[in-house]
Design a protein around this ligand. Structure first.
Ligand SMILES: NC(=O)c1ccc[n+]([C@@H]2O[C@H](COP(=O)([O-])OP(=O)(O)OC[C@H]3O[C@@H](n4cnc5c(N)ncnc54)[C@H](OP(=O)(O)O)[C@@H]3O)[C@@H](O)[C@H]2O)c1
Length: 375
């Protein structure tokens, strides 16, 4: 296959003249966003490829000419390996999507990012966003799609509540091969802002939703995305690490007596910690919610277990790790979560070593598993 990648694609994606508003000191407002502003996707893994294809397909349908979405790849090596197209199981044909390497972009290209969708894992997100910070303006929007909540809070503080958006999704996707994504579970996506207040935020969310493939990926606006992310965090803290410790699918946690006991103790402790956090919503009966999720996703392999089986770093520091940090900040003990976190760290480092002779190399992606945490 030809490799029509490199800078030309970036320029193709940016042929629309940059709106003067973006070059001034205008702050983010509720003004309509020009369609031509386009998207850059940072993190061309399963979710990044899924969203890129949905965006490119939307552009095709709206006869936008060249795609208004580009992938931001880590470096020139990653760019050299990019075939110029992304395959998605939902679409009959591969979609040509421009790509650009971040490293080295500063000097060689006038890369200007108006709308950034970040689809890296939580633990990679700060570094990834920092690597494109020079290409963001004061009006650029940053949309975060990570599991957890810590990164969303950090970036909202760093870039301002008006510019940072969060997406929580129940879509499931995995990579058959690089840039070849399987949309394994059709779900929904909820778009919101932390600290969202008043009509300004409502208008901002509405106009941003219009730029997203809202129909294709069932994107809804959630004016209380914080509550949704807290609940998902609580459920993931209860389930994910235990699936690694017991090396099992979600549903099996209810059948293994020891796992079931740990689940119930974790739920108790998570509720107690979150009760002490003023921003966290009431959790209600977490144990019942967790059992429901485990029934609905019984056959799923949690994302944390998938990471461990592939010898990759998991998002555990942004799940139980974050919960332990929250407990420490409240001077609360949280022995059950701490024990789980410690076990996870041991299992994670063993898995990484087992997949790499040096124990430090970052294995490249591709997952044989179908399922994800689709709560
Ligand atoms: N997949 C799902 O079904 C699903 C469902 C719900 C939520 N989520 C959440 O969505 C997020 C992304 O998940 P995913 O499954 O799409 O992960 P993934 O397949 O591992 O993709 C992450 C991508 O980010 C890239 N990346 C990391 N650091 C980078 C950097 N500095 N610059 C450029 N690219 C960088 C990785 O490249 P390398 O491979 O080179 O490291 C990888 O391609 C996670 O927080 C996950 O919890 C996923």
């Amino acid at each position: 296959m030809a490799k029509p990648h490199h800078w030309d694609h970036l320029h193709a994606a940016q042929t629309a003249p940059v709106n003067a508003a973006y070059t001034t000191t205008m702050t983010l407002t509720d003004k309509p966003i020009p369609r031509a502003a386009g998207w850059h996707i940072l993190g061309a893994g399963a979710m990044g490829c899924l969203w890129a294809c949905a965006m490119a397909r939307q552009d095709e349908r709206q006869a936008m000419g060249s795609p208004q979405v580009s992938l931001l790849l880590r470096d020139q090596e990653a760019l050299a390996g990019y075939p110029g197209q992304v395959i998605c199981s939902d679409m009959e044909h591969p979609l040509s999507i421009p790509a650009v390497a971040i490293a080295g972009a500063d000097d060689q290209t006038p890369l200007q990012i108006h709308n950034l969708l970040v689809t890296t894992k939580a633990q990679d997100t700060l570094t990834a966003v920092a690597s494109v910070a020079n290409h963001l303006s004061t009006t650029s929007r940053i949309v975060l799609l990570q599991n957890g909540l810590k990164i969303q809070q950090q970036l909202t503080r760093l870039y301002g509540a008006e510019r940072v958006f969060c997406v929580s999704t129940s879509h499931g996707a995995w990579l058959k091969a690089p840039f070849d994504v399987v949309h394994a579970g059709n779900g929904d996506a909820w778009l919101g802002q932390l600290d969202a207040t008043g009509t300004c935020s409502r208008a901002r969310l509405q106009s941003l939703r219009q730029l997203l493939p809202a129909e294709q990926l069932n994107v809804h606006i959630d004016h209380d995305i914080g509550a949704r992310l807290w609940r998902k965090l609580a459920i993931n803290c209860a389930i994910n690490a235990l699936t690694v410790i017991h090396d099992c699918r979600n549903g099996e946690l209810l059948q293994i007596p020891e796992a079931r006991q740990s689940l119930s103790r974790l739920c108790d402790e998570i509720c107690k910690v979150l009760q002490a956090i003023p921003e966290a919503p009431p959790m209600g009966d977490l144990w019942t919610q967790v059992q429901h999720v485990l029934h609905v996703t019984a056959a799923n392999v949690s994302s944390t277990l998938q990471d461990i089986r592939r010898g990759r770093h998991s998002e555990i520091d942004h799940l139980n790790g974050y919960l332990c940090e929250l407990a420490s900040a409240q001077h609360m003990p949280c022995p059950v979560n701490r024990a789980v976190l410690q076990q996870m760290r041991v299992l994670e480092s063993r898995a990484i070593q087992a997949h790499s002779p040096t124990g430090s190399e970052r294995p490249r992606q591709s997952s044989p598993h179908r399922s994800t945490d689709r709560q």
